[in-house]
Design a protein around this ligand. Sequence first.
Ligand SMILES: [Zn+2]
Length: 456
Amino acid sequence: MDAQALTRDALTAFAQANRQAFEAELRTLVEIPSVSNDPERAGDIRRCAEAAVDLFRRNGGEAVILETTGNPLVLGRFGEDPALPTVTVYNHLDVQPANEPEWTTAPFQMEIDGDTYKGRGTTDDKGPALAAFFGCLAARAAGVPLNIRFLWELEEEIGSPSFQGGLEKHRDLLGTDAIVVSDTVWITRGKPSTPAGLRGLKGFRLTLETAGHDLHSGVVGGAARNPLTELMSVVAAMVDGHTGKVKIPHFYRKVAKPSRKELKEWARSGFTVETFRKDHEIHSLRTDHPLKVMKRIWGKPTMEVHGVVGGYTGPGIKSAVPPRAEVKMSCRLVPDMDEASTFELIRNFVATHFPDVVVHEEHGLAPFKGHVTGPYAEAVKDAYAFAFGAPCCFTREGGSIGAVKTMEDVLGCEVYFLGLSLPSHGYHAPNENFDWEQASGGIAAFARYFQTVSGI
Ligand SMILES: [Zn+2]
């Protein structure tokens, strides 16, 4: 194949000719249980990194394991010509545990059922990683003039605790013009979508102690303060339980409203409330209006209570006044909010109105705002349309991928998303799967993307 020959038909033929190889490589990776939250799987994490290095070397690339203070990173390389542009594809090879009783196949044995690949990690994120890899092989075979790198992480599922340190340590090896992440989920099959923003997070806890031990509510009740009841009024002063609206003054001050153009893209993204409810087994929502739901999960911050600790929790009641209580909370943040000033607002609000309630700071992640215009964004849109025959929408993700902001900050380049997973693939769920339609389309999309960005 030469670069002019990277037609859709040629890439379909390339994918077909490499289907067995794709399936064999996916099987190898899926059958290594690289569960990052289980210390007993440390050997499998290492084995997975070694298998990845072997994959690059067997296919004419170079690869090294980059050590961090935690799990290693794998850097694979095709091409090292300083005169050419360089693009880096990010994926992760660690997976969630798979102990749900609903699994109908052995999660760490890949089962091929027609066009469906079943097993933990097939869609999150080993299958997309390999689709990008085979797309790279197609582009290389066609002589696309581009240095292509792969950065594969092995602790994404536990919040990337050593990722920033690892990037800083190996920064010299990681210089790149742009990064493309393939670890996101479309809204629905047949309608490619790519997030142009991710929400961040700021966690905190409230505690209040008003006595040394449980008190008799008949003997002291009425005079004694009740820390559980008081913390409930603190929460009620901060957030409206029905609407979810945060009542702290200036909380929404930095929220960047989605543009009219963004809202239009959301509206044609294929999102439906019915599917959203079904996918997440939600009984009822705060609104059933699709655009309002999208605004709430992608474009607005939240304040949630995750847990309340204190008092008696056994059967029936125990008529005591508890001595202390705790509420565990967090806010999802949207661009252009930041963790520090959001926490400051919360702490000041509580200090002013409830002076003896203590606010404890927990971990946070900054929100991410991507680019929807410019040559790299155009290359993503073009790659999806070319490979899947449908225009792509820029949407957002309500969750956070810590690695994204870290790469942007440490490597100083723009980050884009070329995800291939579908809601039906079951991210983090039992019976996780991936399929050949998304894999072969992904191979074509990545080959096309590499060809386009080689000209930027
Ligand atoms: Zn993932």
